[in-house]
Design a protein around this ligand. Sequence first.
Ligand SMILES: *[C@@H]1O[C@H](CO)[C@@H](O)[C@H](O)[C@H]1NC(C)=O
Length: 520
Amino acid sequence: MKPTLRFIVFLLTLLLVLRFNVATEVKDELEELLAVDEEVEREAEKGGEKLSEAEVLSKAQRIVIELKNENTERVVNGNEFVLVLGYAPWCPRSAELMPHFAEAATSLKELGNPLIMAKLDADRYPKPASFLGVKGFPTLLLFVNGTSQPYSGGFTADDIVIWAQKKTSTPVIRISSVAEAEKFLTKYQTFLIGRFENFEGPDYEEFVSAAKSDNEIQFVETSQVELAQVLYPDIKPTDRFLGIVKSEPERYSAYDGAFILNKILEFVDYNKFPLVTKLTEMNSVRVYSSPIKLQVLVFANIDDFKNLLDTLQDVAKTFKSKIMFIYVDINDENLAKPFLTLFGLEESKNTVVGAFDNSMSSKYLLESKPTQINIEEFCNNLMQGSLSPYFKSQPIPDNTEASVRAIVGKTFDDEILSSKKDVLLEVFTPWCMNCEATSKQVEKLAKHYKGSSNLIFARTDASANEHPKLQVNDYPTLLFYRADDKANPIKLSTKSSLKELAASINKYLKVKNQVLKDEL
Ligand SMILES: *[C@@H]1O[C@H](CO)[C@@H](O)[C@H](O)[C@H]1NC(C)=O
């Protein structure tokens, strides 16, 4: 063979090998998937024989494709719908989500959903991670023909299935027999039902658009009144009907608005939560993003909550879609403590009822016993805006012997703002790094000015005391309140030496004395 010919043959062979390699790789992956499918089917056919939870899980996890350097682009760009979970092996929230994700993958396969579910160890494969846009952990992204959109559903397996069905396949489940309706009821506790004479026309289209846009509630439809009645017993035989169903005393809410996408979504947003929602790590984002800005939070242990539930549900019914009622397990450090700290009640073992107006970021505390009457009155006042916002305060201290007076939330008005004297206030927190040094300086200054009866030294622990007029974010902070201008305290540098601080104080006192002299 001539050298050029040999080279061409070599090139052709190389090309063939390369193509073959790529092809087998794809084929391997597909076969792997199909094998898992068959296995799932075989196991499903076995019926009676129950798989252990671990077996189900490990099988489900294999339905999820593992993305790596070499297959990521191909999988994401070569399929219409791919849901990617970007995770890191050391991240506990990833670990928590993984089994739910795998379980959802199994359910979606069974439903015949075309979605490919894939996971990427973003720690191990940084290149594909940056290609996909995985930044935090865990990250869920839906790729539609290679273009990504953020995941916006809930985080249980059922939540993922509902969301995926909405965005990729069948946003509404259609019921055509009593058996189907009954089966549906065993699976879904919360859903939006639509009855339409025909599944067409502008009203129906808005309903389907709402089903697609909503991120978490299963929509169901039927054309027959008898079937609709299985799901929503006192359905009105109008030509079209919408209602939400939940599993609790306030079980049915009928929609009476116009069949317009945004109105339907608003109805869902205001009605989807139960009368009392239990806050969990999984639903916290949903709860915080509710359009209902007035929220009453009940912190209690499980037994106290059980005793209080009927009462709370009764009250919640009165304030439906105006106030959201949330239960937080008082023993759950992660969920309860950040809230209780806002009330200075982090050590409380007894039931605490607090409220937030998220549109004004104010907080309120029920300071009487959590009885039905008291909670109702609290809610009424919250609605009318007549509750006084709550400010933390330690008990009023005894300052008779103190050279630096301890100020608490309750004494801030009297001792600082209404006092006729100049006040140097040190604002500290127990955990701040440089607070102790500043405290020592203030002690020394207090000694130095002991004789001057018109100058007071004070300090307040900002972690346990609040006042609407005290807005400090850095600790320590030194504020000099001049007797004649309490509304505008002067901030002194905490980096100043003792001498410099004394000089500043003298300057203000001197100006004041000068003014006094001039006035005389
Ligand atoms: C994805 O691309 C295919 C082929 O171009 C197209 O038929 C399909 O409608 C696209 N899917 C979506 C959801 O846009």
